[in-house]
Design a binder for this molecule. Structure first.
Ligand SMILES: [Zn+2]
Length: 274
């Protein structure tokens, strides 16, 4: 018995998947009740990397000529410290650390690549903690380490920083010590206006993440910086796979509604440096 495979792709899915057929921007705008005439400025930012899968994001950004910002966790590229930690955990099996160390070096190269390709690199601290809740001495130590470890990569003056969970930013009135400590380490904080909510597993299906962004932009009728993730904060080597593998398909639909802009379009007070 012979089966013939017939690709069954609904029209709407085809539109969203960015397939060969022309994307119907009118349908995209109608779905989110977007103004037909307006293109909103948007800047893509990615948190929690660098991960090995960050290369997939870099590839898309290069092809599409889109400038982005990466807020990276310093301990992911602090290879000497990771080596020490790994060797302590695997004292009887030194070979167990070969692969993790190889991956740490890869992450450093990927971060260097992101910088070379013109993206802004900012700090997302040393670890991914709620910094308003930890001991002030630990918070200060992590901000200092973030500055030191990321020094070869940070490419703005002053260097930029985004707090994990926005903790210390959203609650800056109640917890002013967090932003104060950032300032003491010479960092400028960068928040976000839209979230893709791509960290939430229930959004990691179909076009939910894309819809989240378009819905927010079209409802508020304004542009801004949008938060995506290219890494997972407690997994050193893994990317936020749904975003890193699907970003390419979302770009055409986004372009129906937004114009991609550099971070400097929204944020002032810093200058780029090489
Ligand atoms: Zn984060």
């Amino acid at each position: 018995m012979k089966f013939t495979l017939v690709p069954v792709v609904s029209l709407s899915l085809g539109l969203w998947m960015g397939t060969a057929q022309a994307l119907d921007c009118e349908a995209v705008r109608a779905r989110f009740q977007c103004d037909a005439q307006t293109k909103y400025p948007l800047h893509l930012s990615f948190d929690d990397g660098p991960a090995l899968q960050t290369t997939d994001v870099l590839k898309v950004l290069k092809q599409e000529k889109i400038p982005a910002t990466f807020f990276v966790i310093a301990n992911k590229v602090d290879c000497p410290s990771l080596a020490k930690q790994c060797q302590t955990e695997h004292a009887n099996d030194p070979k167990a650390c070969l692969q993790p160390m190889r991956e740490c070096e890869q992450r450093k190269q990927i971060l260097q690549q992101a910088k070379r390709e013109g993206h802004v690199i900012g700090s997302h601290s040393y670890e991914h903690l709620h910094y308003s809740e930890v001991a002030p001495s630990l918070m200060r130590e992590h901000f200092r380490l973030a500055r030191q470890v990321l020094d070869p990569y940070l490419n703005t003056t002053p260097p930029l920083f985004r707090l994990p969970y926005g903790d210390g930013w959203f609650n800056r009135e109640q917890k002013p010590q967090v932003l104060q400590a950032l300032k003491e380490n010479g960092f400028q904080h960068i928040a976000w206006q839209f979230s893709a909510f791509d960290w939430d597993e229930k959004n990691q299906q179909g076009d939910k993440i894309l819809s989240n962004v378009l819905e927010q932009v079209c409802t508020r009728k304004q542009g801004g910086v949008v938060l995506f993730h290219d890494g997972v904060h407690d997994q050193l080597h893994e990317g936020r796979l749904f975003t890193t593998t699907h970003l390419k398909e979302w770009i055409p639909s986004l372009r129906c509604v937004v114009d991609f802009k550099p971070l400097s379009f929204f944020e002032k007070g810093y200058t780029p440096r090489r």
